[in-house]
Write a protein that binds this ligand. Structure first.
Ligand code: ZN
Length: 205
């Protein structure tokens, strides 16, 4: 019997962040979603690259500049190959680049829908505590307490009470529960003597 179950949760956002601004076609502020497509234009030795978005309301296209008038020689070869082949992982990384999006618009919708893949990395179900290591490849919109509540089968108020009682310890302190989970963040939960210990351990891993 080990005293701690170690698990790794990989938290993947289902939806890309959507910038909001006035759509010239259907009017009013509208969210725009990435179409999954890129455009790459060559003009002599210079290149332009855009990520293509579409208005949620009317499908009007918005080309988000990735770079403009960049010397082809200044673009890393790996990036250029990814741009040319519209590599899905590369497109996804661009779509989740929140700081680049924030330079275009202050309003960005982030969905709280995530998929969580759980992997046991140590210990067993006889443990009296659980340590959760988070892998968050791209920013997600939901709060950490919501994620923990949903994935451990507990209410959000119970999560808060566990933190208050000193049983739940989160990297970044108590306020981190109200913020989105971060890549590399660790959560430790002491289940010693708790009636639903088994259910929580089963849900964790
Ligand atoms: Zn529109």
């Amino acid at each position: 019997m080990s005293d701690r179950l170690s698990v790794r949760w990989t938290v993947v956002a289902r939806d890309c962040p959507r910038p909001v601004f006035a759509c010239p076609a259907c009017g009013g502020d509208r969210p725009f979603h990435p179409s999954g497509k890129l455009r790459l234009n060559a003009n002599g030795k210079r290149l332009d690259a855009w990520l293509i978005y579409k208005c949620d309301g009317c499908d009007r296209t918005w080309n988000r500049p990735i770079f403009e008038r960049r010397l082809a020689a200044d673009v890393p070869p790996g990036d250029l190959a990814a741009l040319r082949s519209a590599d899905p992982a590369f497109v996804r990384r661009l779509a989740f680049d929140l700081s680049a999006l924030r330079r275009k618009t202050p309003v960005i919708l982030q969905s709280d829908r995530v998929d969580v893949e759980k992997l046991v990395t140590g210990g067993d179900q006889g443990a009296t505590g659980v340590e959760i290591a988070l892998v968050v490849p791209h920013p997600v919109g939901l709060r950490l307490d919501r994620l923990l509540a949903a994935e451990l089968g507990l209410t959000r108020s119970r999560i808060g009470a566990l933190a208050k009682a000193g049983r739940l310890d989160v990297d970044g302190g108590g306020n981190a529960l109200k913020r989105p989970p971060r890549d590399g963040q660790c959560i430790r939960l002491n289940l010693d003597g708790m009636g639903d210990r088994q259910a929580i351990l089963a849900a964790a891993g």
